[in-house]
Design a protein around this ligand. Structure first.
Ligand code: BES
Ligand code: ZN
Ligand code: ZN
Length: 504
């Protein structure tokens, strides 16, 4: 999306859509200086006939059939003025994209009525940009070339921003830049999640990670294969991937700030990277396997964060860890009843090969806590179906040991427009993952499945302050639950993590 500032008066340049913001009211009244007063009163009549009251999310599109440079006016409901928050702008912009695309408009002008609603120019324009860039997201990689082009041709590509002065432009420009960075990270995560598992197996994940590193980025990438993982003692993860023809891989990304100080903190971000979860020998039944290409969404978000880091340049050292495996049945597959050992020597009794994510995270968390020794660590994982039963498909479950991280993530996620809710580490439930023959078992039963999964992970954190985000619900939108997150991978977590990292 291209963003262009316009100081010349509206109506003096051609635009497909003029978007005008209105505050909620019983009867709307329209006064667009660029249009003759007779037209303004006709539009006022029409909007009221449509019962348009400018509620938040409400929109009404009016074609301007007379001669002139403005082809349509889109009235955008901004809700009640006292309830308005800058974060509303994200969904608002995404809705504008949809309206624009529905009439094949190529550009839209944001009227000063919208720009002057921003409480903070920098943040507000960041959210607007995210709304435009994320709301126009399409996953076309697997369409016919001609069709790809056709789809592109019919979409919004330019936003004109009507402003009063240069000072205002400076702030808005700054926000737009951040919005672009956040969107690019989110879009990478979406693309990775949406790519079929046959094209996004562990070797492909490695390629994506390696491309993010290199000169000038501040990012390095180290990749280990099966033999090196065995040497590190990651037998648990190797077991999970042993049913697949694709070799398991361990990716370690490091971002270092240009000018670190002795107070620069070290954070580890760990993403579940099961590139396809068939369930293993405990094969997933029927339809429940259909969407399991998404089981690497946690690591997709970590990669999305790394895409953004060089541009955002926060003063924090970030380690990204992903153990990429494919969980398949087969003659070499690990079995229920096997006892496998993780990197820190903890033995795991496998009770169900479909509870595989926690096994790979065990090795990654142990590596982080023992080798990297970060100040804080956070994992993102599509870990349990149970979290969808508990919180539905729009909310992430948050558990862990660090009140500091939880508090910071609550704020970060609210600003990012990504919902999360804390679940309790209820001490009694630790009983549920005790094994008769090993240090821990990988199953805690159906009740409180998300909590017992987190308690399994807790065994591997070695006193490092830690938070686990179970993103099984919102990482993938079966139905569009927000205008800025079309059906498919959502990139949940990229923006929350970037907000969090920015606080250091
Ligand atoms: N990848 C799944 C969890 C999942 C389910 C993610 C639905 C996204 C949507 C995970 O590996 C899994 O299979 N979990 C099992 C755990 C059970 C065997 C204890 C589950 O949730 O049923
Ligand atoms: Zn599974
Ligand atoms: Zn899984």
């Amino acid at each position: 999306m291209k963003y262009t500032f316009k100081t010349e008066s509206i109506g003096s340049y051609a635009c497909d859509i003029l978007a005008v913001g209105l505050w909620q009211t019983e009867t709307v009244s329209v006064k667009i200086p660029a249009l003759p007063s007779s037209l303004n009163s006709a539009i006022t009549t029409e909007l009221n006939r449509r019962n348009f009251t400018a509620k938040d999310g409400e929109m009404s599109l009016i074609p301007i059939l007379s001669e002139g440079k403005i082809k349509h006016v889109l009235f955008v409901g901004m809700g009640e003025k006292k309830k308005f928050q800058d974060t509303n702008l994200r969904s608002m912009a995404a809705r504008i994209v949809k309206q624009a695309n529905s009439i094949k408009a190529k550009n839209v002008t944001l009227d000063t009525s919208i720009i002057s609603a921003l409480k903070k120019a920098v943040e507000g324009s960041q959210y607007l940009t995210e709304g435009f860039n994320l709301g126009s997201y399409q996953f076309t990689s697997f369409r016919k070339l001609t069709q790809k082009d056709e789809e592109k041709k019919k979409t919004l590509t330019e936003v004109y921003i009507s402003i009063k002065d240069y000072k205002q432009q400076k702030d808005l420009e700054q926000g737009i830049e951040v919005g672009k960075i956040y969107s690019a990270g989110t879009i990478l995560a979406r693309d990775l999640v949406n790519t079929p598992a046959m094209n996004m197996h562990p070797g492909e994940m490695v390629k994506v990670a390696e491309k993010l590193a290199g000169r000038g980025t501040g990012i390095t990438c180290k990749v280990r294969g099966r033999v090196e993982m065995e040497k590190l003692g990651m037998h648990a993860s190797i077991a999970v991937g042993s049913g697949s023809v694709h070799e398991s891989k361990f990716v370690h990304l490091v971002y270092k700030p240009k000018k670190p100080t002795k107070n620069t903190k070290k954070i580890a971000l760990i993403g579940k990277a099961v590139t396809f979860d068939a369930g293993g020998l405990n094969l997933k039944p029927g339809d429940s396997m259909n969407d399991m290409k998404i089981d690497m969404a946690g690591s997709a978000s970590v990669l999305g964060v790394f895409k953004a880091l060089p541009d955002l340049a926060p003063n924090v050292e970030v380690h990204g860890l992903l153990i990429a495996v494919e969980n398949m049945p087969g003659g070499r597959a690990y079995r229920p009843g096997d006892v496998i050992s993780a990197m820190d020597g903890t033995t795991i009794e496998v009770e169900n090969t479909d509870a595989e994510g926690r096994i790979t995270l065990a090795d990654a968390l142990a590596f982080a806590s023992l080798k990297i020794k970060p100040d804080y660590m956070i994992d993102l994982a599509t870990l349990t179906g149970a979290v969808i039963i508990a919180l539905g498909s729009e909310i992430t479950g948050m558990l862990g040991t660090s009140p500091d991280i939880k508090k910071a993530l609550n704020t970060a996620s609210r600003q990012a427009g990504e919902s999360l809710w804390e679940l309790p580490m209820h001490p009694h439930y630790r009983e549920l993952i005790k094994s008769k023959i090993a240090d821990v078992r990988n199953l805690g039963g159906r009740p409180a499945g998300t909590i017992t999964a987190a308690m399994f992970l807790e065994k591997f954190i070695h006193d490092i302050p830690w938070v686990h985000l179970d993103i099984a619900g919102p990482s993938y939108a079966e139905k569009e639950f927000k205008p800025e997150a079309p059906v498919g991978g959502t990139g949940w977590g990229v923006r929350t993590m970037l907000n969090y990292l920015k606080t250091f």
